[in-house]
Design a protein around this ligand. Structure first.
Ligand code: PRP
Ligand code: MN
Ligand code: MG
Length: 183
């Protein structure tokens, strides 16, 4: 539907669904369904994480609640500066809760590293991260991530929530973008 903008399919819909189920089973083992901290709180990072967030919540065999944050990096649009601004904060207090940050991708790691520091000051009972994708070759800072779906090469990827200039989020798979689109 985007003509020949997509150079190749990197991860199919079926592979995403299989990995999501696998991650859900691992995550569920870490949080008892009747934890004294209450239901596991999924914190989705808008907008990229929306598809993964909803599919993961449906795959998790334990009760979860959902909150969303929107953050934006200052500086150039092609590389993250690590200075992050909150565009939409959580609606609820997370003190004493088991919190799992849900991300679509860790690129430089700067967004997540900032977000973890920010949320940890709010005294959650626990704070972990699940990300569908990670680019090991693009990491600029160490972030402790409990669950990673796929480590991928340092290429421009779109689909399943990931955008280029707000486009392509609606693709049901992860694809690489043809360089002609952004060059
Ligand atoms: C993307 C992606 C991650 C972040 C990763 O979000 O969804 O949240 O960048 O980059 P980093 O590891 O280099 O910090 P973006 O800021 O593009 O917003 P979006 O989710 O609304 O697309
Ligand atoms: Mn994002
Ligand atoms: Mg984006």
């Amino acid at each position: 539907m985007y003509g020949d903008d997509i150079a190749s399919v990197l991860i199919t819909q079926e592979e995403i669904a299989g990995k999501t189920k696998e991650l859900a089973e691992l995550i569920a083992k870490r949080y008892p369904a009747d934890a004294p901290e209450g239901d596991l709180l999924l914190v989705g990072v808008l907008k990229g994480a929306i598809f993964f967030m909803t599919d993961l919540a449906k795959a998790l065999p334990i009760p979860t609640q959902m909150e969303f944050m929107a953050v934006s990096s200052y500086g150039s649009s092609t590389s993250s500066s690590g200075v992050v601004r909150i565009m939409k904060d959580l609606d609820k207090d997370i003190a004493g809760r088991n919190v799992l940050i849900v991300e679509d991708i860790i690129d430089s790691g700067l967004t997540l590293s900032w977000l973890k520091r920010n949320l940890s000051t709010r005294n959650p009972a626990s704070l972990e991260v699940v990300t569908l994708l990670r680019k090991p070759d693009a990491l600029r800072t160490h972030v402790d991530v409990a669950h990673v779906g796929f480590d991928i090469p340092n290429e421009f990827v779109v689909g399943y929530g990931l955008d280029y200039a707000e486009r392509y989020r609606d693709l049901p798979y992860i694809g690489t973008l043809d360089p002609k689109v952004y060059s």
